[in-house]
Design a protein around this ligand. Structure first.
Ligand code: NAP
Length: 465
């Protein structure tokens, strides 16, 4: 097996850099170093760790333009989105720098005289992270920041499509004063690195963002050493547009949710369910706005939709579109492609499909591409049944100005994240994560720190007051 891999620009096929994979022996050495560094890092005080995290965040902001350019080149997303992702990534560092100072224990009123009962919080140990290509900065900081804040040491393996952003962020962490063995980066194939991480008793926690099948494999592999796991996996987000919805708002927010990052986000609108009484108007407006989107190289001015990440993604998207059209869907716009197989550049034009029905693949499989399938419903219970008819449970959206309808949908949708008249819900201070096969645990918010902490209960007898 070749020990190097090429990082390519998905918009042009140009080789950006050749990266050397770490060998298993080198990865084992890094795990050992991370475990040894944990012995001193866990003893640092919370304010010291917070200050280092703030320095890291400020350094990233100082290099914001350069980092965003790297991200656009390796991932393909428009430059404006990359700049936005840098802000989003540092918002996690800032939030957890503050949260580091709020890792409280507690005392429990005792059941017997002369006792004192204490609860204290401790870092879990060395944390190993595996991250995907679709948010190369934010998926790293959303894991690294709470881990470091808690007093854990951290090692990350980025996706081979987009390691450059992560490598740069790790360099800046070291420049900020975070010790090199406290924050480490490894490069290698996911399956091989994943096995080394999960087999090692030195790693006490695995945190993963990526596909559901890989997440399931990592959970199984983590069982032998009983590691703590946080899993942010796939999604298949429904959008429900109720009869009384503000249609222009619903269209605008659906566009944001569907076409950001060329539809390659786990919280992307994937199934758009519109009340039958407004479906024609909604479809016409969504189509009109979709046609306005500018497709191209994310470094070019005004581009709003970049390429999809690779040929496998492209093939899956085209297969879903073909399957829907063969089974009776109508193409309202898109369904066209700019492809350079030789160079490896694959653009899918934003596509809207109407008359989509339940037997089509697109209603059951995550698309991860810029395709908006429209279907209709007649009453809310039918919409809820369709929305919940999936093993996924990450994000769901709905549009209504009725508080009764909104509350009913919020209560009955089996999803970890709900957007009510809102297509862009994520924030560092809010919990992010899914139900069912979309994952385990939450990242962000106060919930996002807890998985990096162990709870210790100390019962003191013969306590003198
Ligand atoms: P993926 O194939 O699961 O890859 C994600 C990461 O896992 C990459 O670093 C990859 O490494 C690594 N990997 C691959 N096979 C592995 C294995 N057997 N053991 C350990 N690691 C392995 O997912 P993807 O297709 O790149 O990313 C898209 C998926 O991520 C979608 O399903 C999406 O919904 C999900 N996602 C979820 C969230 C969330 O927060 N819930 C956020 C973003 C994306 P290499 O590819 O470098 O070998």
């Amino acid at each position: 097996m070749t020990n190097t891999f090429e990082v390519k620009n998905p918009a042009t096929g140009d080789i950006l850099e050749t990266i050397t994979r770490d060998t298993p022996a080198q990865i084992a050495q890094k795990l050992q170093a991370g475990q040894e560094a944990f012995q001193s890092w866990k003893k640092t005080n919370a304010h010291h760790r917070a200050n280092l995290l703030f320095k890291w965040s400020h350094l990233i902001q100082d290099h914001k333009e350069a980092i965003a350019e790297i991200m656009t080149k390796e991932n393909g997303k428009p430059l404006a989105e990359s700049l936005g992702e840098v802000d989003y990534a540092t918002s996690y560092i800032d939030w957890y720098a503050e949260e580091a100072k709020r890792i409280y224990g507690r005392t429990i009123p005792t059941h017997a005289d002369g006792k004192r009962l204490l609860v204290t919080k401790h870092p879990v140990g060395l944390v190993a992270a595996i991250t995907p290509w679709n948010f190369p900065a934010a998926m790293m900081t959303r894991k690294a920041a709470p881990a470091l804040a808690a007093g854990c040491t951290f090692i990350v393996k980025p996706a081979e499509e987009t390691p450059l952003t992560t490598i740069r962020l790790a360099e800046l962490a070291h420049e900020a004063g975070i010790p090199t063995d406290v924050m480490q980066c490894v490069n290698g194939r996911g399956r091989i690195v994943g096995e080394i991480f999960t087999d090692s008793p030195l790693v006490r926690k695995i945190t993963f963002t990526g596909s559901t099948p890989v997440g399931k494999a990592l959970i199984k592999q983590s069982a032998d050493t009983v590691k703590s796991v946080t899993m942010e996996l796939g999604g298949h987000a429904p959008v429900i547009v109720a009869e009384d919805a503000d249609i222009d708002l619903a269209v605008a927010q659906t566009i944001v949710s569907k076409f950001r990052n060329a539809g390659q986000t786990c919280v992307c609108a994937n199934r758009i369910l519109v009340h039958e009484s407004i479906s024609d108007v909604f479809a016409a407006k969504l189509t009109e706005k979709t046609k306005e989107l500018i497709v191209g190289n994310g470094l070019d001015d005004n581009v709003q939709v970049g390429p999809v990440i690779n040929e496998d993604s492209y093939t899956k998207i085209v297969k879903q579109i073909d399957d829907a059209l063969n089974k009776g869907a109508s193409l309202l716009t898109g369904g066209t492609y700019d492809v350079n197989h030789e160079k490896g550049a694959f653009f899918v034009h934003p596509t809207v499909l109407a008359n989509v029905s339940n037997e089509m693949e697109i209603m059951h499989e995550e698309t991860f591409g810029p395709v908006a399938p429209l279907t209709t419903f007649t009453n809310l219970d039918e919409a809820i049944q369709i929305a919940n008819d999936t093993p996924y449970g990450l994000a769901a959206y709905f549009f209504t100005d009725s508080y009764k309808v909104g509350n009913y949908l919020s209560e009955n949708l089996d999803y970890g994240i709900i957007g009510w008249n809102d297509g862009a819900t994520s924030a560092a201070h809010a919990p992010f994560g899914g139900m069912k096969e979309s994952g385990l645990g939450r990242e962000g918010g106060t919930e996002g720190l807890e998985p990096y902490l162990e709870t210790k209960y100390i019962s003191i007898g013969n306590f003198l007051e």
